[in-house]
Design a protein around this ligand. Structure first.
Ligand code: NDP
Length: 246
């Protein structure tokens, strides 16, 4: 048996980027996977197909993380289809960059709704179903620790919120044997931050390893944190940034 055989994981924003890599990796580890998406049903189906083709179980659910009822429904649907919920990966996230005097209220509300409120709702609902050994992993960002460019204040605000939420939650859920951790990637090659995008050259100069991370590398850390072996890691914010913050 594999390390997550018999477990069920819900990955928010699993249709592309880090979430798709995490969904596939946890499926390789033996977990049944529910993944959410908003705008890319076809991409979500491709992830489901890839997992099923490799012999795993997967389900795609349309659920905007900014929509409280949709997120609650995604958790309920996961439990209804797979019978339990052991691992929640709060991955869905959005970015918007602008200096403070130009930052729109709409963008502010959207970042807070998806990156903070969506994480709160998914977590609150998921832990109703989790037992001893449950796992919550949220994808924060290295930008909660350092923001070496103009325009990242609101994104950093939301990711900093995740770091604090993780510590408090670890205290709430420790007595139940549920761990809570915050994975903080540095620049990672996805649609949100392509390794050949407009910011890439400037960012690469700040990375000790001189290159972007790959989604599969972030998925490897999530796989560890989701596993039984990581039972003593909780309340932690863990950098995986190629030395960006070194
Ligand atoms: P992408 O933009 O490449 O992919 C985002 C994924 O999240 C897609 O699957 C998208 O679904 C989904 N998503 C977006 N908004 C919502 C929403 N409102 N409800 C549900 N799903 C949603 O981003 P990344 O993979 O790069 O980012 C994933 C996470 O990692 C984010 O939290 C991001 O902040 C964080 N991060 C990324 C870094 C990077 O350099 N790439 C660095 C540090 C952190 P759909 O396909 O339907 O649009």
């Amino acid at each position: 048996t594999k390390k997550l055989t018999g477990k069920v994981a819900l990955v928010t924003g699993g249709s592309r980027g880090l979430g798709a890599a995490i969904a596939k990796r946890l499926a390789d580890d033996g977990a049944a996977i529910a993944l959410t998406y908003t705008t890319s049903p076809q991409k979500a189906d491709e992830v489901v197909f890839a997992i099923e083709s490799a012999g795993g179980q997967a389900l795609a659910i349309r659920a905007d993380s900014a929509d409280v009822e949709a997120v609650k429904n995604a958790v309920a649907e996961t439990v209804k289809v797979f019978g339990r919920l052991d691992i929640l990966v709060n991955n869905a996230g959005v970015a918007a960059l602008a200096p403070i005097d130009q930052f729109s209220m709409d963008d502010f509300d959207r970042l807070v709704a998806v990156n903070i409120k969506g994480v709160f709702v998914a977590t609150q609902e998921a832990v109703r179903h989790m037992g001893e050994g449950g796992r919550i992993v949220t994808i924060g960002s290295i930008n909660s620790d350092l923001v070496p460019f103009v325009g990242g204040s609101v994104y950093a605000l939301t990711k900093g919120a995740i770091a604090g939420f993780t510590r408090g939650l670890a205290r709430d859920l420790g007595p139940r044997g549920i761990t809570v951790n915050n994975v903080q990637p540095g620049p990672t090659d996805t649609d949100m931050n392509p390794a050949d995008g407009p910011f890439a050259d400037g960012l690469k100069k700040m990375i000790a390893l001189g290159r972007y991370g790959q989604s599969s590398e972030i998925a490897g850390m999530v796989s560890y944190l989701a596993s039984p072996e990581a039972a003593f890691v909780t309340g932690a914010s863990l950098k995986i940034d190629g030395g960006f913050a070194a």
